[in-house]
Design a protein. Structure first.
Length: 175
């Protein structure tokens, strides 16, 4: 009887630790995704001031980053990872991918401003060069971006968190 209780206790503690680690990883991904959104807004403002004028041009600009980082089109990458066509890749990215994309944008934004780059072609070349450099760094560390597994949908994670928060608030009101 005591052995069974001890086994149950350790199984419960192990599961709690697994859930805690999973939640921490999700927190890091949510934070990295928020930073990427910030960087995307920042680079968007920069390039709109310097030669990219239309949303379609900015979408093309962003696509070049993905194509260079992953060595394949967004469509092929989504197919490979079974990500719905209408969904953002970044919602399924690992923390390292989100951080890499953020780094690419940060370097690009910095260099566009530092070197006073003007025009779509020059800015796109800067973006592609930074994506190539980032890809090379990942590959040197044994990380092949296109071979990384998709992660849990961050939109679902956010929904779960909101649901948990509502439950907690309801519970606290009852107490």
């Amino acid at each position: 009887m005591e052995i069974a209780q001890a086994q149950a206790y350790f199984a419960t503690q192990t599961r709690k630790q697994e859930l805690y680690q999973e939640r921490r990883m999700e927190d890091k991904r949510l934070e990295a995704r928020a930073k990427l959104k910030e960087s995307e807004c920042k680079i968007e403002a920069t390039v709109y001031q310097r030669g990219i004028h239309y949303p379609a041009e900015f979408a093309s600009f962003k696509n070049r980053k993905i194509e260079t980082l992953y060595k394949m089109s967004i469509r092929k990458l989504k197919e490979k990872r079974h990500i719905p066509e209408h969904r953002a890749l970044a919602d399924f990215d690992s923390e390292v991918e989100l951080t890499a994309k953020n780094f690419i944008y940060a370097m690009t934004d910095h260099n566009i401003k530092e070197h006073d780059l003007q025009g779509k072609d020059k800015m796109e070349k800067e973006l592609v060069d930074n994506a190539k450099t980032t890809r090379q760094a990942l590959l040197k560390r044994g990380i092949v971006p296109e071979n990384l597994n998709p992660q849990k949908d961050l939109k679902l994670v956010e929904k779960q968190r909101k649901k948990e928060q509502k439950k907690l608030e309801k519970k606290n009101r009852l107490v």
